[in-house]
Design a protein around this ligand. Structure first.
Ligand code: NAI
Length: 218
């Protein structure tokens, strides 16, 4: 089955499979059955079999999945077998935390440059990288060809900077600004991230639990 024909909901589950299989590999697992993996991940075995059937013949009846092979295949689908050069715009509170704490290499990216508009921030060090001025962005992109960018800048700057970066060859955005980037180029990928949405989902889950507790008491 081609990559494009895998449904979006399966694709959304792949990073989690990849992470779990990585932990299993690190703990010495060579094979795992769909039932055992399902128990560990809080899913059903049939869900796991259905998901993995989307991209090939991995399991053997009664023999389970080869953890390393399966993780490698999921990694390929997720594009983790390549290292895409990436830059970050906005070395403020969030940008610094992301640059310092995300394991880019294990996720198919390499952070090669950090840029900020504030001269007081430019020149500071984050890990091994020195924050550069946005004035150097065009020249840097011409020389280093970053294909992806992280946006940790104010909302009002997002569209303008995204357009500029596209003109410099960037074709993927990990966008943290609360501006929902909707880029019309079909060959530009966008992942809008809202931590607040995740918190709201937690609130919804909690209200379900609280409602159930109330019902149980009644
Ligand atoms: P901050 O004010 O600490 O950092 C923003 C940085 O961007 C500053 O250093 C500023 O000089 C720089 N900047 C401004 N315009 C720029 C440009 N055109 N090019 C390069 N650098 C530029 O803000 P903070 O707290 O780090 O937040 C950054 C963004 O992320 C904000 O838009 C904020 O609303 C958003 N945010 C989003 C979250 C999410 O879940 N998506 C969570 C937290 C913040």
């Amino acid at each position: 089955m081609s990559k494009n024909s895998i449904s979006n909901s399966v694709i959304r589950r792949l990073p989690r499979y990849h992470r779990f299989l990585g932990d299993l590999e690190a703990n010495g697992y060579v094979r795992i059955s769909s039932r055992e993996l399902a128990e560990k991940m809080g899913l059903t075995a049939s869900q796991i079999r259905q998901d993995f059937n989307c991209f090939g013949e991995f399991g053997q009846q009664g023999y389970g999945y080869n953890v390393k092979e399966l993780r490698g295949e999921i990694g390929k689908i997720l594009g983790l077998d390549v290292s895409t050069p990436m830059i970050l715009l906005g070395a403020g509170n969030l940008g610094k935390a992301i640059a310092a704490h995300i394991d880019f290499r294990n996720r198919g990216f390499e952070l090669i440059g950090i840029f900020d508009a504030n001269p007081a921030v430019v020149g500071g060090k984050i890990g091994e990288l020195t924050v550069k001025s946005v004035d150097e962005l065009e020249e840097f992109c011409k020389a280093n060809r970053p294909e992806a960018a992280i946006l940790c800048i104010p909302k009002g700057e997002a569209e303008k900077e995204a357009d500029r970066l596209i003109s410099y060859g960037v074709r993927a955005f990990w966008n943290f600004t609360h501006y929902d980037l909707r880029i019309s180029h079909k060959d530009v990928a966008v992942e809008n991230v809202h931590l607040g949405d995740s918190l709201t989902t937690l609130s919804y889950a909690l209200s379900g639990i609280s409602g159930k507790e109330k019902e149980d008491k009644e």
